[in-house]
Design a protein around this ligand. Structure first.
Ligand code: PNS
Length: 167
């Protein structure tokens, strides 16, 4: 059985991520979505929340599973017998760093990286931009799944209440 991993921070998952995951699921028997635990970076959502949101929005895809990981991606792959990493490429600006990581990962364990071109409608999309727009009250509907939009709106409301409480 050919399994691929779709790794990332997913803070939060966007429609661009979901497009890559769905396309990876058409190429491989199983897709493992792996959420990086990064202790040095505070996100909008906890890793547990990100995993839960990903599970919710991929629940109709029986060959997709979601878990978190710490440490090296190649170790996550080796422990599970995963031979391929699937990454979306939005533009040439993504390419330099993605190629470096692909070559390093291949050197470490021989794991292959498969690049999938991002669909043009999502080529400008990044979790960081979505968060920036949302925290300033901009409309990000249509860029993230409705469930994620609701969670983001809730997060923004909570932040506002916290700030009012401080002031
Ligand atoms: O969504 P992101 O933040 O662009 O995803 C980056 C990610 C998680 C794929 C990358 O940082 C990663 O693989 N991190 C795990 C640590 C690791 O293996 N580092 C060596 C890369 S060559």
């Amino acid at each position: 059985m050919a399994t691929a991993v779709c790794p990332g921070s997913f803070d939060p998952v966007t429609n661009g991520h979901l497009d890559i995951i769905a396309r990876a699921a058409r190429l491989f028997d199983h897709v493992s979505v792996a959420v990086l635990v990064n202790h040095s970076k505070q996100g909008m959502f906890s890793v547990e929340q990100r995993v839960q949101m990903l599970r919710d929005v991929t629940s109709s895809q029986p060959t997709v599973s979601v878990e978190s990981f710490e440490g090296l991606l190649v170790d996550f792959c080796a422990e599970r017998g995963i031979g391929a990493i699937v990454k979306g490429l939005r533009a040439v600006t993504d390419f330099d760093y993605e190629l470096q990581m692909a070559q390093m990962n291949a050197r470490l364990t021989g794991v292959e990286t498969v690049f999938v071109p991002t669909a043009p409608e999502w080529s400008f999309l990044a979790s960081s931009l979505v968060k920036e727009v949302a925290v300033h009250g901009g409309d990000v509907s249509g860029l993230v799944p409705p469930l994620v939009l609701a969670e983001m709106n809730q997060h923004v409301r909570e932040q506002m209440i916290d700030r009012l409480g401080e002031g």
